[in-house]
Design a protein around this ligand. Sequence first.
Ligand code: HEM
Length: 203
Amino acid sequence: MNKVVKSLIYISSALIGIYAFFAYAFLELGNAVHPSMKVNFNAHALGIYAHIFPSIVALILGPFQFNEKFRLNHIQVHRKLGKVYLLCVFLGGFSGLYMAQFSFGGMVSHVGFSLLAILWITSGFYAYSSIVRKKIQAHKNWMAVNFSLTFAAVTLRIGLGIGFAIGLPFELFYPYLAWLCWVPNLLVAFLIIKKDNTSLQII
Ligand code: HEM
């Protein structure tokens, strides 16, 4: 991946993470989302807070874990941050799965977000189990898959921006965003893995 794309990933992840932190730490709950989502957020305040704060940590930490130079020079830090990242994926993933059942946009949203949560948790599990067994290439591959899903937080907000900019009604496009925010990311992760691997290692 070239340097410009890498920098964009670092910057967009950090910006969305910082935005979400301030919006949810300091604003009244529901004030940062479309008015039609506010009632739901207030009805499941614990679920949404349990989802957002660990997910923010995963989003901000994630890109640093892919830095080869940093990893080689500070392997202990990489290990510690990796554990924090995965713990946040599990916390944010299970609470995300819970919130998916109440997400705005009906069944299309519920299924889209639920699948995203299940894949996020599962790929995190495989990333961990492969490195415990010292399968480094498999660990890298699963982490690429996992972070492509973490990055859905960024692509969802890009999608929201595009939807509003071209004047689409929120009610119409939001359910599709529950899929469009992660399926293309996953495809890109598979292309990167395919390019970097002579044989695909997943276990
Ligand atoms: C990758 C797995 C993820 C899943 C399955 C997931 C799922 C969800 C669901 C179901 C909602 C509620 C949407 C609704 O009520 O319509 C939500 C909201 C939210 N999620 Fe996630 N999410 C994920 C990742 C992340 C990450 C990595 C962040 C990091 C910033 C994040 C931050 C938020 C925020 C801030 C909201 C509130 C809505 C907003 O302010 O736009 N999520 N998520």
